[in-house]
Design a protein around this ligand. Structure first.
Ligand SMILES: *Cc1c(COP(=O)(O)O)cnc(C)c1O
Length: 398
């Protein structure tokens, strides 16, 4: 295996070049496109070589639970894209979230996170962490006073997601990181909704970035995957031993799908955002729509903050129809093109009713606090022709 282009020279190049060429390694067959190394183990020429490999004295692969050439290509490509020191792939986004937390927390530590979070992350923070003696405080992520009050000397981790799911609230990554760093806490940002194309949390002050690669990185509905990015010390010394010994390894086949997905990531999310901007404006002018929440529109309550930390809006739109759940369901059932699905970031436009799907396990009280009402819908805008999407939404609303 040889690196086809050195990572150091690629570091200076543009995003598109990094996405197409970053991390590519060629075998002696000199294949153009990256190969899938669909193997669990590796062989050694001699017993001494095997012993040396385990001692870390010679470079090379040992076992695909630890590392695999196709995964290395994916990890290097996404490291270059994010401007991180290193990355490790995981079997899903949730495996990335779980490992980023569990690899560094211990009993007696304290975690602060906003209430507006992806459903399974709420489960980890509210249900799992307290079982291991980790204290938690949930805050209104949009209120810096809440963050300042909640962060205390035992706070080891601050976890946040921005824009949030499904109401697209924006958290000030720089200001929260500053508060967290005063007490020596690490800041983990789930950057799925913003994508690595529109927001760079490490540059804004965060320490660790996690992704569900299932979403925009694959972006074509094919597989699950996740990734954790940070400096080399955290990834190799804290995260990697946890992953290696607990085993949420990314399949080489899935790593390959995501690696190839990355090649078109910038094109896709920009086109999806072009479409989302058109659709958000269309929806805002439709009868029967109470409000449209879109970070790229000036009527978003945190438009200025969004502009400060994200280069563009989002591929996602949240909107509320008048008439609550009944009307929302009616609209969903009338759509002919846009699919009803809880996935997001896909080339196909997908729509979901968060209150009865992604957030069905959230209490009614919390839903009310988060603004997840019966009329709220979340639309993940795809790559279709914008006019066709507009016609579909328009007809469903009539
Ligand atoms: C989907 C998603 C996850 C979880 O990722 P999986 O790949 O489904 O495990 C975490 N955070 C956010 C914001 C997501 O959208």
């Amino acid at each position: 295996m040889t690196d086809s282009k050195s990572s150091n020279s690629l570091k200076l190049m543009g995003t598109a070049t990094k996405l197409v060429r970053g991390g590519t390694k060629r075998s002696h067959f000199k294949e153009t496109s990256e190969a899938i190394f669909m193997n669990s183990g590796f062989v050694y020429d001699t017993a001494e070589e095997a012993a040396g490999r385990f001692k870390g004295e010679n470079d090379g692969y040992i076992y695909s639970r630890y590392a695999n050439p196709t995964l290395s290509m994916f990890e290097e490509r996404v490291t270059l894209l994010e401007g991180a020191g290193a990355a490790r792939g995981t079997a899903s986004g949730m495996a990335a979230v779980n490992a980023s937390l569990m690899s560094m927390l211990k009993a007696g530590d304290h975690v602060v996170a906003p209430k507006a979070l992806f459903g399974s992350i709420i489960y980890i923070i509210e249900q799992i962490l307290p079982r291991f003696g980790v204290g938690i405080t949930l805050v209104d992520g949009t209120d810096l006073d809440h963050w300042a009050k909640a962060i205390r000397p035992e706070t080891a981790v601050v976890f946040l997601e921005t824009p949030s799911n499904p109401t697209l609230e924006i958290v000030d990554i720089g200001a929260v990181s500053e508060l967290a760093h005063k007490v020596g806490a690490k800041v983990i940002v789930d950057n799925v909704f913003a994508t690595p194309i529109f927001q760079k949390p490490l540059t804004l002050g965060a320490d660790i970035v996690v992704y569900s690669a299932t979403k925009h990185m694959d972006g074509q509905g094919r597989c699950l995957g996740g990734v954790v990015l940070s400096d080399e010390e955290f990834i190799e010394e804290t995260l990697f031993p946890y992953l290696k010994h607990t085993g949420p390894a990314l399949s080489p086949f899935n790593a390959w799908n995501i690696l190839k997905g990355l090649e078109t990531l910038e094109l896709r999310v920009n086109k999806q955002t072009d479409n989302a901007e058109e659709l958000a404006d269309f929806l805002a002018n439709c009868k029967g729509i109470k409000r449209v929440i879109y970070p790229g529109r000036e009527d978003h309550p945190q438009f200025a903050l969004g502009k400060q930390q994200m280069s563009r809006g989002s591929t996602l739109i949240a909107f509320e129809v008048e008439g609550g759940q009944e009307k929302a369901f009616q609209m969903l059932n009338r759509l002919k093109l846009i699919d009803i699905s809880n996935n997001l970031g896909d080339s196909k436009s997908l729509i979901t009713h968060p209150s009865t799907t992604t957030h069905s396990s959230v209490s009614d009280e919390m839903k009310a606090q988060l603004g997840i009402g019966g009329g709220l819908l979340r639309l993940s805008v795809g790559l279709e022709t914008a006019d066709d999407l507009i016609n579909d939404l328009g007809a469903a609303l009539d």
